[in-house]
Design a protein around this ligand. Structure first.
Ligand code: DGL
Length: 266
């Protein structure tokens, strides 16, 4: 197999990273992809740094052994807490979602006021704030944990009134603070774009770190001459538990037909 034909590895704590998978697939339909969802240990957003590091390293080693040419850490929590450790065990170059999302937000803001929403672990890590300040120390950044968003999305309740109420509870207090850009700093939040947009109003640009990461992945492959020139990339899904639930939710929440989902238990 030529190097360019080797798959891109994408991993997440569960199925939320399928938002990144979709963005990658849209941008590079000829790429072979292996997607790993750690459904046995989801959620990562409420776990300790040590736990997230050890889970992420295990998955990176597994995907390395399967010969991926690029590894995308689709999970914002794992990207915030474990990226450097993942780089130590991965044979392939590693891309997280924090820096691409931060770059897209820094480019989008006009008034230099950026709001970041994420899991509790992502927000506590301050990773987005650091990445943004590195790009432009003049940015004003506020980070807000929105832990109820993940279960609401997984319940399939993106369009329900209760989700709008929760979004308003978390985000309405920021309305008066003139943020013109918000980072959807969690895999699940792109699925809440409409609700969040309604709560914050039209003046706030919502930056999707999934899309930004896909662009970064393509640039990484182009710079290494690793883009797969063929057609119709092959996809393989692996879950660490409950493959049937993964298959059903992928279809219901994201319209993805996974076919057979392989199980790999740790
Ligand atoms: N994938 C996680 C993230 O993007 C959300 C779900 C979880 O907490 O594991 O932060």
């Amino acid at each position: 197999m030529k190097d360019s034909e080797r798959p891109i590895g994408i991993f997440d704590s569960g199925l939320g990273g399928l938002t990144v998978f979709k963005a990658v697939r849209r941008l590079m339909p000829s790429e072979n992809i292996i997607y790993f969802g750690d459904t046995a240990r989801v959620p990562y957003g409420t776990k300790s740094k040590n736990a997230v590091i050890s889970f992420s390293k295990e998955i990176a080693a597994l995907l390395s052994a399967r010969g991926v040419k690029l590894l995308i850490v689709a999970c914002n929590t794992a990207s915030s807490l474990a990226l450097e450790e993942v780089r130590k065990v991965s044979k392939a170059p590693v891309i997280g979602v924090i820096e691409p999302g931060a770059r897209a937000a820094a480019a989008a803001t006009v008034n230099k006021r950026i709001l970041v929403a994420g899991t509790t672990a992502t927000v506590l890590s301050g990773a987005y704030g650091r990445a943004l300040k590195k790009l432009d120390p003049g940015l004003l950044v506020r980070e807000k944990a929105c832990p109820l968003f993940v279960p609401l999305v997984e319940e399939g309740w993106c369009g329900k009134k209760i989700t709008e109420l929760v979004a308003a509870e978390y985000l309405a207090p920021f309305k008066k603070q003139r943020f013109d850009t918000m980072i959807l700093g969690c895999t699940h939040y792109p699925l809440l774009k409409k609700v969040i947009g309604r709560v914050l109003g039209r003046g706030v640009r919502l930056v999707d770190s999934a899309e930004a990461a896909a662009f970064e992945a393509r640039a990484a492959l182009v710079s290494r001459d690793l883009l797969n020139p063929g057609y119709g990339g092959k996809i393989r899904f692996i879950a660490s538990d409950a493959p049937e639930k993964f298959r059903i939710l992928a279809r219901r929440l994201l319209g993805i037909k996974t076919g057979r989902v392989e199980v790999k238990r740790f």
